[in-house]
Design a protein around this ligand. Structure first.
Ligand SMILES: Cc1cc2nc3c(=O)[nH]c(=O)nc-3n(C[C@H](O)[C@H](O)[C@H](O)COP(=O)(O)OP(=O)(O)OC[C@H]3O[C@@H](n4cnc5c(N)ncnc54)[C@H](O)[C@@H]3O)c2cc1C
Length: 468
């Protein structure tokens, strides 16, 4: 059984191990460590801020002996409540472990501590003409440790994959204070089971990371972006298929449906036809990025435009190089805030379906919205079938709240019926925990519970989260 609360003796231990600002116990200061971007929150019993691995080893030795629940935490940008101490416990912030230890252009790898902010790391690699591709939209505010713990995905996943594909090694402290140094600097390694991969996406339930070894690529020389607006959803998705058929593998292929386009048009002048002049109205927009050598890109953009033209877009815009591309990507970044033009609250779901089922999925999600008289905006990473479904409502209105929940559950059921998943990016945390058994079989859950027991026999690490 886990400890039900902190005793005075526990507090004395923490005060000794984490002197000064290393321990936070004032409720008003602790509150910020108890919430994340899921908008869920709970007050921690205490917050500790280790400065080094030795403190984490001591903490986990003590926590195992005392059966003390621990909730690892970094920037708290997680969308599923993974860092929220919903079931009590001590929050362990590893934000002060934030050194870039090595960036090596010969081994094409880097060693970092978990608290390094992703965009800051990418800027450092670029100085050496190296490239770390994972690009969650939160990259300026989230950390590499958080990204590895959630296996964060991003727009570039269609060409470059997700965080999992760039983790060569994980050093983690386990309950009881054991250190597991999985993987390393080699790009290939098939000795034993792949413990490194097991840590990726484990959401703080198996160990506390203290060092990550990441794979790097050569930095592409340049990039270009094309935006295409379509009169129907089917035309847009046909345009997307045409791009792949032409043998083009875009770096990013983003999509916005009619509701998302309408929301953006309410806060910004948009470059696509809105029907305000009596002409055709844009029902879907595709935004594609390609990268490579500067000399090859001009030709590649022409091929991309030709492929998209087959689906008869209402307009095509292009940007060559970061300066011209930026205004087009700014539009994409507005989708999430623009949703609030349609209602004060939203549930942002991140389902994914097999790439060949995206038309059925998006049409189905829109039909679910219509059936429940609720705004449903679909957008996101079309290239890898990861569709963000924003269900927009007013939480103060009981009937709207109930309809939004019914919408969410219908969206999950449809995604699963199409062979998809209830979470392509954000993980299950506490917000999707009740739905995990909709996707994972009893056998899978038993195997995962068994693995959890090997790493964390008393269940002290991030209890109650997701599949645990
Ligand atoms: C505006 C916005 C855009 C976003 N866009 C994307 C996106 O495009 N793609 C995407 O995948 N996600 C996205 N997210 C979600 C979020 O940014 C990611 O889940 C991110 O990886 C979380 O990083 P963090 O540093 O905030 O970690 P936190 O939220 O603090 O923690 C995340 C998880 O890591 C665990 N953890 C923390 N520290 C450690 C440690 N030292 N060892 C082991 N586990 C640990 C926590 O317990 C928790 O389960 C977005 C969020 C926002 C707010």
């Amino acid at each position: 059984m886990l400890a039900p609360a902190l005793t005075p003796a526990h507090l004395r231990f923490l005060e000794t191990l984490f002197p000064g600002e290393g321990l936070v116990t004032q409720p008003e200061e602790m509150a910020v460590f108890g919430a994340d971007s899921s908008r869920r929150s709970a007050l921690p019993w205490a917050v500790v801020r280790p400065k080094n691995e030795e403190q984490i080893v001591e903490l986990l030795r003590w926590a195992e002996a005392e059966k003390m629940p621990l909730v690892p935490r970094l920037r708290g940008t997680g969308m599923s409540g993974g860092a929220v101490p919903a079931f009590g416990g001590v929050v362990v912030s590893t934000l002060w472990l934030n050194r870039v230890l090595d960036i090596d252009p010969n081994d094409f790898c880097a060693e970092v501590e978990p608290g390094v902010v992703t965009a800051e790391f990418q800027a450092l690699t670029q100085k050496q003409k190296l490239f770390y591709p994972p690009d969650p939209a939160s990259l300026k505010i989230s950390t590499l440790g958080g990204n590895v713990s959630t296996c964060a995905g991003g727009m570039r996943a269609v060409k470059y994959g997700v965080t999992r594909d760039y983790v060569l090694g994980v050093r983690a402290v386990l309950p009881g204070g054991r250190i597991c140094d999985a993987g390393g600097r080699t790009h290939k390694n098939v000795v034993g089971l792949d413990l490194t991969r097991l840590f990726v996406g484990s959401c703080g339930t198996l160990g506390i990371f203290t060092k990550l070894t990441l794979k790097l690529l050569p930095l592409p020389e340049s990039s270009a972006t094309v935006l295409a607006a379509f009169p129907t959803l089917v035309a847009a998705l046909e345009g997307a298929r045409g791009v792949f058929r032409a043998g083009i593998l875009p770096t990013a292929m983003e999509f916005m449906d009619a509701t998302a386009c309408r929301g953006i048009a309410q806060i910004k002048d948009v470059p696509w036809p809105t029907g305000s002049d009596g002409g055709e109205t844009t029902q879907a927009v595709l935004l594609l990025k390609i990268d490579g050598s500067a000399s090859a890109l001009a030709d590649e953009v022409n091929r991309l435009e030709r492929a998209l033209s087959q689906a008869k877009p209402l307009c095509l815009l292009k940007g060559l190089g970061p300066k011209e591309e930026e205004p087009l990507w700014e539009i994409r970044r507005l989708v999430s805030p623009a949703a609030f033009q349609l209602g004060p609250d939203k549930m942002g779901e991140d389902v994914a379906v097999p790439r060949g089922r995206t038309v059925e999925a998006v049409e189905g999600f829109q039909a679910i919205g219509a059936e429940h008289a609720t705004h449903v905006a679909c957008y996101g990473h079309l290239g890898d079938g990861n569709i963000h479904v924003n269900i927009i409502f007013d939480a103060k209105d009981e009937s709207q709240r109930a309809r939004a929940k019914a919408c969410k559950e219908a969206v999950f059921k449809l995604a699963l019926a199409l062979g998809g998943t209830i979470s392509g990016e954000h993980g299950t945390g506490i917000t999707k925990a009740p739905y995990v058994s909709w996707q994972l079989s009893e056998t899978e859950r038993e195997l995962m519970a068994g693995i959890k027991k090997v790493f964390d026999p008393s269940g002290i690490l991030n209890p109650g989260k997701g599949w645990v």
